[in-house]
Design a binder for this molecule. Structure first.
Ligand SMILES: *Cc1c(COP(=O)(O)O)cnc(C)c1O
Length: 397
């Protein structure tokens, strides 16, 4: 079936929530995907930071096949081994002591928001429920998480929003200090704002937040849905930024392509949840957990993290070089293999031009090109991206 026919059927049968590029992806391998017509694309989107090990990684495929033959689903009324082992592995390799599993980033943040409210409620009573979040943040599309998200375009038309959120500018510690009241229960932020244009939190800022939260017994919540699972060169971004949160959310790369989310917390914070407080039918599903276990094993055992740090530096250097040569490029920001290139013009036509040249990239907040390739991306593949960008951007000056 040609792509045009599929596009027409999609318009007819799918709700109109996405502006899709006019290709249909049918399979992938490593850092490449292939469309219906058999054309190959270099994938610097990776499902928006999802396919951390690339497409069809043999260990992930084998884990899914094996688990699918054994048990797809059982319900959290019972124990299942993949879920417990995955929680153990996440705890062994992070600040956290307990894990709650769900199916997406928004759900992971919902769990974190509910945990923060209940923690404050139990310790300080019903008047302490406010959560401070950052402008230009992104936390998801459910009612609570779109309220937490500091972007009007995400909230528009869905009012009334959930009460109890206060927004402050990112990387501005005095703004947080000023926003604190007796009602404040938690501070929620991304260590690197992804959807908001790739802005990295400074170490001093995070250290200041950590101190503030410790003094007032506020929960410090890191949304690592995009930055987690090796994206920035360490398993979690907080490891490089010198500060440990009380609660952390994961999704995107966690299952290497399988839908899974998680809310991780210290014992102290996690104790606010008791049986019946929170639940998810599919959360911690054996199939998703088996895939996630395979992803974590490859990330931790192999040299993938190490290689991704080298690749991240190489990509950042190459983008910096573009900035030095092309006045259309205003800024380069990021950490590891989460890199952003801010342009002085709209980025969408650049995305389209790259697509026509067989390279998938993404654009966020209009003018920021975002690069989130699989962590196994090679220097040659990065060179191809940089050559394509150089060509496409040079044409636009
Ligand atoms: C993508 C993203 C989310 C939402 O995740 P979904 O799985 O789409 O619900 C939340 N927070 C951050 C930082 C994200 O990048």
């Amino acid at each position: 079936m040609p792509t045009e026919e599929l596009r027409q059927d999609a318009e007819r049968y799918l709700m109109n929530t996405y502006a899709r590029s006019p290709i249909s992806i049918v399979r992938g391998r490593g850092s490449r995907v292939y469309d219906l017509e058999g054309r190959e694309y270099l994938d610097f989107v990776a499902g928006i930071a999802v396919n951390v090990l690339g497409h069809a990684h043999p260990d992930v495929v084998a884990a899914i096949q094996k688990q699918a033959q054994q048990l797809l689903h059982a319900s959290n009324l019972y124990y299942t081994e993949p879920q417990v082992r995955l929680a153990q592995m996440l705890v062994d390799h992070s600040f956290a002591e307990k894990v709650f599993f769900c199916n997406s980033g928004a759900e992971a943040n919902e769990a974190a928001i509910k945990l923060a409210r209940r923690y404050a409620h139990q310790k300080y009573g019903p008047d302490r429920y406010e959560i401070i979040t950052m402008r230009q943040s992104f936390h998801g599309r459910t009612m609570a998480t779109l309220t937490a998200t500091g972007q009007e375009k995400v909230q528009q038309g869905f009012e009334p929003l959930l009460p109890g959120f206060t927004y402050v500018p990112f990387n501005d510690l005095p703004a947080v200090e000023q926003a604190l009241t007796d009602r404040t229960a938690a501070v929620l932020l991304e260590p690197i704002q992804g959807e908001g244009g790739v802005h990295v939190a400074s170490r001093a800022y995070l250290k200041g937040l950590r101190e503030l939260c410790r003094k007032r017994d506020l929960l410090l919540i890191f949304d690592e849905v995009q930055t987690g699972m090796g994206r920035t060169g360490t398993l979690f971004a907080y490891e490089q930024l010198g500060v440990e949160p009380d609660v952390m959310t994961l999704a995107k790369g966690l299952g290497g392509g399988m839908p899974i989310g998680a809310c991780l917390a210290t014992d102290n914070a996690a104790a606010a949840f008791t049986p019946g407080s929170h639940a998810s039918t599919f959360g911690g599903n054996p199939l998703a957990c088996a895939a996630s276990l395979a992803v974590l094993r490859v990330l931790l055992d192999g040299r993938v993290l190490e290689q991704s740090r080298v690749a991240g530096n190489y990509l950042a250097k190459g983008l910096q070089d573009l900035k030095d040569r092309l006045p259309i490029v205003k800024d380069v920001r990021g950490l590891g293999l989460l890199q952003g290139l801010e342009l002085s013009v709209d980025g969408k036509p650049v995305v389209t031009d790259c697509l026509a040249r067989g390279v998938l990239i993404n654009c966020t907040v209009d003018r920021v090109l975002r690069f989130v390739p699989p962590l196994i991306v090679t220097q040659r593949e990065i060179d191809r991206l940089l050559d394509t960008l150089s060509h496409v951007l040079s044409k636009r000056i």
